[in-house]
Design a protein around this ligand. Structure first.
Ligand code: GTP
Ligand code: MG
Length: 408
């Protein structure tokens, strides 16, 4: 069994630079790494390339020979690769036999990974037929966070790719070092990485754009609802030049592919380089945080909050739903969108929360008050009617309950 990463993302988001940085980092911590270039347009490679698809097919030649433009040419190249999978398999076999960790540098045309069947066949062969446990590592330029509309498009792209590729998936906000030059962000960085309470995005888009019509608001709100309902997309920030940042990313990818368990069949519980790291490494910091959280959960009678599933997933623990008071689930109407904390606070408590930033204490206090509301409706037998009323009202008003908030 081999392990690896499929590095994907829009043009120029930093995939090739990431492959180079990742190869250096992993070699430093003692892994044997091979980078495979799957981009037929990549003519100057900064990394040491073990397999180059350009030896099979090159974009320039295809464009000349068939009078195709760059995008049509690339589609042809990927279909040609699909027809010649045994070429790729032959090249990968010695690397797998040598237990190399494989990093695949991919082209930037996003449609290849969100709707193209040829590329999906290539990926399926690598991961299913040739037994290489892959994680898709999707890079998205962090500057997209400076514009709510572009950020929403990036979320949809990530979600679409995740559903199309069906691989363990890690989304990264790349080029974090350049972010300050785009000015202050409309929200904290946490808002963009955790992808919670997206109702703020619609508010922000409306206030930032004069021509933002009511129709667009409804569409934006529904799209945000779809992303929140799936609860699959979140991001890790990446600064490829910073060791700690790369370390954190590697730790997440290793958990996603199962690489962390490779030592289990031998005597060591973790891959050797993890055990050898001095100090508090990313992976040990994660287990420390997980341990801290587990012990506080053990002392808590019933942990409560809003949207806790995602919090638990972030720290990699599983808590049975019956041992949690989650206001997302309490106010849920089956097969309907999940309700945001902000909407529920405005509708049921007439209070406005998180008008400028995310405050976790304010969130916790609001979840507690909502739980009291829930108990009240359960005891009077009015919960179902209340939920019907909330969903009807929400749909009619574009899920914006700010008009109900009591003025201070
Ligand atoms: N400041 C900064 N620049 C970066 C970073 N990553 C990549 N770049 C620059 O962004 C440009 C594009 O980087 P590439 O690594 O070629 O991006 P790519 O995604 O492989 O591009 P395509 O293969 O054309 O889709 C290059 O000029 C890189 O030097 C980063 O983390 N910080
Ligand atoms: Mg590239």
């Amino acid at each position: 069994m081999s392990f690896g990463q499929l590095v994907i993302g829009p043009p120029g988001c930093g995939k090739t630079t990431y492959c180079n940085g990742m190869q250096h980092y992993l070699e430093l911590i003692g892994r044997k790494v091979s980078v495979i270039n799957l981009d037929p347009a990549n003519d100057s490679l900064p990394y040491e390339c073990a397999v180059d698809v350009r030896d099979l097919v090159s974009l320039e030649e295809v464009m000349q020979r068939f009078s195709l433009g760059p995008n049509g040419g690339l589609m042809y190249c990927m279909e040609y690769l699909e027809q010649n999978l045994d070429w790729l398999q032959e090249k990968l076999q010695p690397l797998q036999a040598g237990s190399h960790y494989l990093i695949f540098d991919c082209p930037g045309q996003v449609e290849l990974f969100s709707m193209h069947t040829g590329m999906k066949t290539v990926v399926d062969s690598i991961s299913n037929s040739w037994h290489i446990r892959l994680a898709a590592v999707q890079l998205v330029d962090a500057h997209l966070c400076s514009d709510a509309g572009k950020y929403l498009s990036a979320l949809l792209l990530c979600l679409g790719t995740m559903l199309h590729l069906e691989l363990p998936h890690i989304n990264l906000l790349s080029k974090m070092d350049l972010l300050p030059q785009y000015g202050p962000l409309p929200f904290n960085l946490d808002f963009f990485t955790e992808v919670q309470d997206l109702s703020y995005l619609a508010d922000h888009m409306e206030s930032a754009s004069e021509g933002f019509s009511k129709r667009f608001r409804g569409l934006t709100t529904d799209l945000c609802g779809v992303i929140e309902d799936f609860a699959l997309v979140h991001f890790l920030p990446l600064a490829i030049e910073e060791k700690q940042s790369v370390e954190r990313v590697v730790s997440e990818i290793d958990k996603a592919t199962g690489y962390v368990f490779t030592g289990l069949s031998q005597s060591a519980p973790y891959p050797p380089e993890m055990l050898n790291q001095g100090g508090r490494s990313g992976s040990s910091a994660v287990s420390q945080a997980t341990g801290d959280c587990k012990s506080s959960l053990a002392q808590t009678e019933l942990p409560g909050g809003h949207g806790l599933k995602k919090d638990f997933r972030m720290i990699n623990i599983i808590v049975p739903p019956e041992q949690v008071l989650d206001t997302v689930e309490l106010f849920d109407f089956k097969r309907q969108r999940k309700l945001s904390l902000r909407f529920l606070a405005a509708y049921l408590l007439q209070s406005s929360i998180q008008s400028a930033t995310h405050d976790s204490i304010e969130d916790a206090r609001t979840a507690l008050l909502l739980h009291q509301e829930y108990e009240k409706h359960v005891s009077t037998g009015t919960l179902r009617d209340k939920l019907l009323e909330i969903y009807r009202w929400g749909k009619q008003h574009g899920w914006d309950a700010s008009s109900l908030v009591k003025k201070p």
